[in-house]
Design a protein around this ligand. Sequence first.
Ligand code: ADP
Length: 199
Amino acid sequence: MRAFPIIVSSPSGGGKTTIVQRLLKRDKTLARVVTATTRAPRTGEKDGRDYHFWTEKQFLSAVKKGQMLEWAHVHAHYYGIPKSSVDGLMKKDICPVLVIDVQGAKTVSKKYPQAIKIFIVPPSLAELKKRIAARKDHTQDVALRLKTAKKELKEICHYNYVVLNDQLTQAVADVKQIIGAEKLKTARRVKDLKLSKIL
Ligand code: ADP
């Protein structure tokens, strides 16, 4: 198998972080690409594990040097993906998992055409609102996030797969199944089959 990037998107509060955390627990063939951000850490978030918490100066300097795969200014903060994080994992034959918004997904999939894109949808907008509110992040603007969510949901057609995040265990199992099937795709295996002289 040749490693390929796995892009996971959802509106804010859709459950992408939770699903990916569970997915990566026991699977050493996958690793999350840590995003850099200028927003403040939420309770329990750890620098380097959940995000690279950078100052605005650090962030803009990395952008200027062309070290970011993509970046955006969302809800008054910068978010971006250091290119080296993705390439470093692929070199080790580990699939980089990118938890990113729809704009980021567009940019990244243009640069990595072999990537797969999975969209996580909440069961309803009412449930999404509840989950955002339950996250105990008092700095977030729930109304603004819901408005953005409606726009983002319209981008679903650009994704290869849609996973409904109603029951968490089912959603995680669905994502596992998608990745399992993708790893077995002929186009991803030909090189290895040739190396082992089967082809
Ligand atoms: P995102 O990373 O997409 O912004 P999170 O993973 O942070 O979303 O999830 C938002 C909130 O919803 C969290 O408090 C999380 O525990 C909760 N959550 C996620 N999936 C489910 C689910 N299937 N059922 C109930 N709550 C969920």
